[in-house]
Write a protein that binds this ligand. Structure first.
Ligand code: SAH
Length: 211
């Protein structure tokens, strides 16, 4: 969903080059140098306003996180959260999830999160869904062998589609939750959309799948 333009968003990102990677092509193959350590790197594609990725960074200091969103305004709100959090193990990237192989070397990422991705319910927009096979090709390349995707959504149609898409791709579904919040899953970090939709009483679906 397209967010309202935020005045000064571009400048805000440009003024924080420590946390916002401004020349992402140059980062390819150098992410461990950027973080200054060899800890695992987990990314969220479509990280929105950043509650999840920032919360995860605070909860798991031994993992490095990268929040990726295509929208400047949205990412600038995520930057506010990153700065307020004081977390050092997090970076932000304003790029398109379909072109991640330009910014990450093969196997450079350890785990990939998708949360509340745009559902694109019309059949003619299937190719835009972040769980469409061309996106899976991209993710597979930057993840290690048997790399994992963890996906949450409130959207039943997108969830059903994604389970089938993972399966048709030959992925293994490790675990599926049809009502995450009613389950015994521990340490769940809520996203902005998750909070909004679960407050309205919608169930949250989750799947962990690997290549
Ligand atoms: N994960 C957040 C935001 C969900 S909204 C949450 O759960 O609250 C979906 C987000 O995906 C939007 O911010 C949108 O800008 C982003 N997005 C959509 N298509 C994208 C793409 N191709 N590459 C990167 N981000 C994308």
């Amino acid at each position: 969903m397209r967010a309202r333009r935020r005045k000064g968003a571009e400048e805000h990102l440009a003024n924080n080059p420590h946390f916002v990677i401004l020349n992402p092509e140059d980062a390819k193959g150098h992410w461990r140098e950027i973080f200054g350590n060899d800890k695992p790197i987990h990314i969220e594609v479509g990280s929105g306003k950043g509650a999840f990725i920032t919360g995860m960074a605070l909860q798991n200091p031994d993992i490095n996180y990268i929040g990726i969103d295509i929208q400047v305004s949205v990412l600038s709100y995520a930057l506010d959260k990153v700065l307020a959090s004081g977390a050092e193990n997090i970076r932000l990237l304003q790029v398109d999830g379909s072109s991640l192989t330009n910014y990450f070397a093969d196997g450079e990422i350890d785990l990939l999160y998708l949360n509340f991705s745009d559902p694109w319910p019309k059949k003619k927009h299937t190719k835009r869904r972040l769980t469409y096979k061309t996106f899976l090709d991209t993710y597979k390349q930057i993840l290690p062998e048997h790399g994992e995707i963890h996906f949450k959504t409130d959207n039943r149609g997108l969830f059903e589609y994604s389970l089938a898409s993972f399966s048709q791709y030959g992925m293994i579904l490790k675990q599926v939750w049809l009502d995450l919040h009613a389950s015994d899953f521990e340490g769940n970090v809520m996203t902005e959309y998750e909070k909004k939709f679960s407050d309205k009483g919608q169930v949250i679906y989750r799947v962990e799948a690997h290549f």
